[in-house]
Design a protein. Structure first.
Length: 95
C-alpha cells in the first residue's frame, strides 16, 4: 500500500510542479543556469530514475536538500521535530 501511495504522490509532483529550476532561479534566468539547476535536482534524469532515487532516499530518511534554499531537509526536520518534542514535553510537565 505504501508503494502505491508513494508512486501516486511522486507522479502528482511530476505532473504539477512545472519548471522547478525556472521557479527557483526566477523567470529572468538564462537557459544555462536553468539546465545546471535541473541537473543539480536530478530533473534531467528519466522519470523512473528520479522515482527510484527519491524512493531510496525516503527509505534511508535522506530527503536531500531544499529546492529553494539548498538547506539539508533531514537536518531541518530534526530541528523542527526536536523543538516540537521539547515544546510538547514542556506542556505535559505543566499539567
Amino acid at each position: 500500500m505504501l508503494a502505491v501511495i508513494s508512486t501516486i504522490a511522486f507522479l502528482m509532483l511530476c505532473a504539477g510542479s512545472g519548471d522547478v529550476a525556472r521557479h527557483t532561479l526566477g523567470q529572468q534566468a538564462t537557459q544555462d543556469p536553468v539546465l545546471a539547476k535541473d541537473h543539480d535536482f536530478g530533473l534531467d534524469q528519466p522519470v523512473l530514475t528520479q522515482f527510484t532515487t527519491e524512493l531510496s532516499r525516503a527509505v534511508t530518511v535522506d530527503v536531500g536538500a531544499s529546492w529553494f534554499d539548498g538547506q539539508d531537509v533531514t537536518a531541518a526536520m530534526a530541528r523542527v521535530m526536536g523543538a516540537t518534542l521539547l515544546n510538547s514535553d514542556a506542556r505535559s510537565a505543566e499539567r
